[in-house]
Design a protein around this ligand. Structure first.
Ligand code: C5P
Length: 222
């Protein structure tokens, strides 16, 4: 094995991908954004005109698609069947539809298997909702990132403004709460903190501080 498996889970907009990318860079590990995989399937489902409750067709989409990543200065680019979808998977429509797709048993089964394959040699930072509990239950490092919903809505709001999106703060907060509720209450591998995960509340912490806290946990295991 070339390095550890680092699992970072937590609710929406807790800063997982931002810190996961920086941690991966610091240890020269691969970064894998599993949320991007669920988003990619959701985007293709919407573009194919398939209804979000059509489990059979959505499973077939996963079976017949290839989701790939390519490193990039901002983290990574995401592709489905060779088409770049890095920006498209961040749309409000995809964001508000993804939890329904992620609740489908066969979708989770297929994507989890792909994630386990990506992580099998270690040297990886993987972020998502069920990495420490279901995808990599034996990961050497498990982090559970949380932050108040007000703070998470504010972060999302700032990101959106930079992208020219003007959804009101209150609406973002409601969307985040609705998505967390769905992700925490689905039947299969819902969002929960693994018993052996280190919880970090990022509400009042800088990005640098969160990264250094995670680096400490990793260094203890190296
Ligand atoms: O991390 P991100 O917000 O991009 O994830 C999008 C959605 O993908 C989540 O709201 C959740 O429904 C789903 N997801 C999941 N399991 C993961 C990662 C993401 O169910 N490991």
């Amino acid at each position: 094995k070339n390095g550890l498996q680092v699992a970072i889970d937590g609710p929406a907009s807790a800063g997982k991908s931002t810190v996961a990318k920086l941690v991966a860079k610091q240890f020269n590990y691969i970064y894998c954004d599993t949320g991007a995989m669920y988003r990619a399937v959701t985007l293709k489902t919407i573009r194919s005109g398939i209804s979000l409750d059509n489990e059979k067709e959505i499973s077939a989409i996963v079976r017949n698609s290839k989701i790939t990543f390519a490193p990039d200065e901002n983290g990574q680019k995401v592709f489905i069947d060779g088409d770049e979808i890095t920006q498209d998977i961040r749309s409000e429509n995809v964001t508000n539809s993804v939890s329904a797709v992620a609740a489908i048993a066969d979708v989770r089964k297929q994507l989890s298997a792909q994630q386990q394959e990506i992580a099998k040699d270690g040297g990886i930072v993987m972020d998502g909702r069920d990495i420490g509990t279901a995808v990599l239950p034996r990961a050497e490092v498990k982090i559970f990132l949380i932050a108040s919903v007000e703070e998470r809505a504010k972060r999302r709001y700032k990101e959106n403004i930079q992208k020219g999106i003007n959804t009101p703060l209150e609406e973002l907060q409601l969307e985040i709460e609705a998505r967390d509720y769905k992700d925490s209450h689905r039947k299969i591998s819902p969002l929960t903190k693994a018993d052996d995960a280190t919880e970090i509340d990022t509400t009042a912490l800088s990005i640098e501080k969160v990264v250094s806290e995670i680096a400490k946990v990793i260094n203890l295991k190296l």
